[in-house]
Design a binder for this molecule. Structure first.
Ligand SMILES: [Zn+2]
Ligand SMILES: [Zn+2]
Length: 139
C-alpha cells in the first residue's frame, strides 16, 4: 500500500500540549475537544524527497488519540504501519486485520464506539485535507 509518508521527510517540527480557548475537533477521532481542555498540537515543515518541494502543515488531536498513536505503533511492525497523522484508525484496522490485536482491544473498542452522529462537524476553515502529508518523525 502506497503511503505519502514514504516520500516525505520532516525538516522541522514542533509538538506542544496546548489548552484550547475554544471548542475544537480532534482530527483523529473527530470528538469535540471542549474549551479549556488540553490537546496535542503539531506544526512542522515537510520536504518531498523526490522533488525537494517543501510545505508546512499542522495537526490537532485529543490527548487520548496521542496516547493511542503510541500504543498502535508499538503493536505494529515497521513495515505494516503508516506514520501519517490522520491515519490512526487505519493503523488500528491494520493491527486488527493482521492479528496483532483482537476486537476486544481497547483501541478497537474506542473507535467502534464512536457513532457518526456523536462525532462533531468540521468547523469551517478547519481543513481535513493535509493529514496524509504529516509524518511522525523518528518512529
Ligand atoms: Zn481524538
Ligand atoms: Zn503514512
Amino acid at each position: 500500500m502506497y503511503c505519502p509518508c514514504d516520500d516525505l521527510v520532516v525538516v522541522f517540527r514542533k509538538e506542544i500540549i496546548r489548552t484550547t480557548r475554544r471548542e475544537r475537533q480532534c482530527e483523529e477521532c473527530h470528538q469535540i475537544i471542549p474549551k479549556g481542555a488540553q490537546y496535542f498540537y503539531w506544526f512542522g515543515k515537510m520536504a518531498n524527497c523526490s522533488n525537494g518541494f517543501e510545505h508546512t502543515a499542522d495537526f490537532r488531536m485529543c490527548l487520548q488519540c496521542q496516547a493511542d498513536w503510541d500504543t498502535v505503533l508499538e503493536l505494529l511492525p515497521e513495515d505494516e504501519s503508516c506514520h501519517c497523522y490522520g491515519k490512526l484508525e487505519d493503523n488500528i484496522n491494520v493491527a486488527l486485520e493482521n492479528g496483532h490485536i483482537d476486537e476486544n482491544h481497547p483501541l478497537v473498542q474506542r473507535f467502534l464506539k464512536i457513532e457518526p452522529e456523536a462525532a462533531g462537524q468540521l468547523e469551517p476553515g478547519l481543513s481535513s485535507e493535509p493529514q496524509s502529508q504529516l509524518v511522525l518523525e523518528g518512529l
